[in-house]
Design a protein around this ligand. Structure first.
Ligand SMILES: [Cu+2]
Length: 570
């Protein structure tokens, strides 16, 4: 985290991003490339590096007219670690409540290995899951975390377009895999979404014949059973962008141009909500960035840069155009950060399914207050189809994988590697600490945090743990928590409404007024008292500002929220 330990700051020289040469005379980026497998085609990597330079030029990096170009400090653009090797390609990746990342590859490729593995970000150690995986290929499944912290995995790969009907559950505590009851038919590229009542909605995917699986199904963990919504059969694109909506229904933000709402009570029903006006956003991405607001970006073929938001707490939600990304992207990842911003990593700007000739190395950060995108330090290698990104408990971000298949026509290799990003907020001063926090909190309760003396805390946020594949994270969600100062820390209000904060584990961060986050505390949000009683009327109350998760402008980032720090140490 200390910038001074690194080789020194990269600089913009005559409008071009340059890093200090290593002892061998290579750029730092080229050093990173050496960590790649022996068979990596270096030509594409060099092209990728050039793309990174072009990327920064296009992002409006100031041309240096003077002989003393300004250094680009990590406090402005963040910093990527060196590349490090992964034993397989992490096509699917989930952060578990243990703080470890569970990931897997496919196993029908000569260099594939579908055995799920754990990576511990704290130690860097990789290990196969102790228990054997279930007997089906988990590749091409959809997954999300259950309320109790187990990972629920729906479907999998039989052949391209042809899905497995099985559902598997990984328990990080046992640890081990178990099978849940089968689904009604196969699912290849489905989405799985944890709902307010703790159930998991599974939508879309290819069935056992390779046709569209049109039946919405809800898994009930307590009953080990499935509820069907037979009146809501619908053909929809692979890996739809599904969210629990504040109104109790499920909201599908894309990739279809028409966003729709699904009534979750049997027999189910669909209602069109709003047309994004941007056609099919295939392999774009979407995130729930706070209190019923969804950010939708990129996707399509040819890829687009367009960005929109939609506020699901409005009586008639509609898409609102936002400043576009500086690059069109598909097969990229959108990752929410502790300060409420969203990071766009990787993807391609070129037309075609997965065209590495348009690989985007520039990283962009979206600010919910200005609604603008800002260029950050570029990644070292393309991250395209089958790449992932995850927020880690220490506030850094893992970006990894891509390939199986890669775009070998354009020289992009399979990426058995990852890189870790330290966002700019990690270079802006001392980090606050959460000295004490409860492991479990109930809905509609108040709990106490005790802070360390290092840095005054201005805000408390939390995010559901990421569970991602194919550019869409099915579990991440950002929420700002209301807090008030106490003698040693803060009294924090747990969310009242599970439709805004589905039950399960959250990474809780304390942040300074500059947005510097603490290390996260893993907190389980649970309890049924309010969930059993909530009804549609409470949405109106929430809109009137009585909700617990709203404080100030929900879409304002910590650093510029303009709120008085609830806690300060003098
Ligand atoms: Cu795939």
């Amino acid at each position: 985290m200390n910038a001074s330990k690194k080789a020194g700051p990269c600089k913009i020289v005559a409008g071009v991003y340059r890093c200090p040469p290593s002892p061998g005379g290579r750029s730092r980026g080229a050093d990173k490339v050496r960590a790649m497998p022996e068979d990596a085609p270096f030509e594409s990597l060099r092209r990728g590096a050039r793309l990174g330079l072009v990327a920064l030029l296009a992002l409006g990096a100031p041309a240096a007219a003077s002989a003393e170009p300004a250094a680009v400090a990590a406090g402005e653009v963040g910093e990527w670690s060196a590349l490090f090797a992964f034993p397989t390609i992490p096509i699917h990746a989930s952060l578990l409540p243990t703080g470890q990342v569970l990931f897997w590859d496919r196993h029908d490729f000569p260099t594939g290995d579908g055995h799920p593995r754990l990576w511990d970000p704290a130690t860097g150690i990789f290990a196969k899951t102790a228990a054997p995986p279930p007997g089906h290929d988990l590749f091409c499944s959809g997954h999300t975390l259950l309320e109790d912290g187990r990972l629920f995995v729906a479907g999998g790969h039989f052949a391209v377009g042809v899905g497995q009907p099985f559902a598997a559950i990984y328990d990080p505590n046992t640890p081990g895999w178990a099978l849940a009851p089968e689904m009604e038919d196969g699912r290849w590229y489905p989405s799985a979404t944890t709902l307010a009542d703790g159930g998991v909605l599974v939508l879309a995917g290819g069935d056992e014949e390779g046709a569209a699986n049109t039946l919405p199904q809800i898994f009930r963990p307590a009953q080990l059973a499935w509820d069907d919504l037979p009146e809501a059969r619908r053909v929809m694109p692979y890996y739809p962008f599904v969210f629990q909506s504040p109104n109790g229904r499920a909201f599908v933000a894309g990739p279809d141009a028409m966003a729709r709402e699904l009534e979750l009570a049997a027999p189910g029903d669909w209602k069109p909500i709003a047309d994004s006006g941007h056609g099919l956003r295939s392999y774009g991405s979407a995130v729930a960035y706070g209190d019923g607001r969804i950010l939708l970006a990129g996707g399509g073929d040819p890829p687009q840069a367009a960005t929109q938001s939609i506020d699901l707490t409005r009586p008639q939600p509609a898409f609102r155009a936002l400043p576009p990304m500086s690059f069109a992207r598909r097969h990229f990842n959108l990752t929410l950060l502790p300060d409420g911003t969203a990071l766009a990593i990787g993807g391609s700007s070129a037309a075609g399914f997965n065209n590495a000739s348009g690989a985007v190395l520039a990283t962009e950060l979206w600010n919910p207050s200005s609604e603008n995108w800002t260029a950050l330090a570029p990644i070292a290698v393309p991250r395209l189809y089958h790449s992932v990104a995850l927020l880690l408990p220490d506030g850094r971000v893992l970006s990894a994988g891509g390939g199986h298949p890669s775009d070998s026509e354009h020289g992009d290799p399979d990426h058995f590697d990852g890189q870790i990003f330290s966002p700019p907020y990690l270079f802006r001063g001392p980090r606050p600490t959460i000295a004490s926090a409860p492991e479990t909190v109930k809905y509609n309760s108040t709990f106490e945090l005790i802070f360390g003396p290092q840095a005054p805390v201005a805000a408390v946020t939390w995010l559901r743990l990421g569970s991602t594949t194919h550019g869409f994270d099915m579990n991440q969600r950002f929420l700002r928590l209301t807090s008030s100062p106490t003698a040693k820390g803060a009294a924090v209000a747990a969310p009242r409404d599970p439709r805004l904060a589905p039950p399960g584990h959250y990474l809780m961060f304390a942040l300074t007024a500059d947005g510097v986050p603490s290390l996260a505390k893993m907190v389980l949000l649970t309890g049924t008292a309010f969930r059993d009683g909530f009804e549609s009327g409470s949405l109106a109350a929430w809109q009137e500002g009585e909700g617990d998760t709203v404080s100030g402008r929900p879409d304002a980032p910590i650093a510029s929220a303009g709120r008085r720090p609830p806690t300060s140490r003098r």
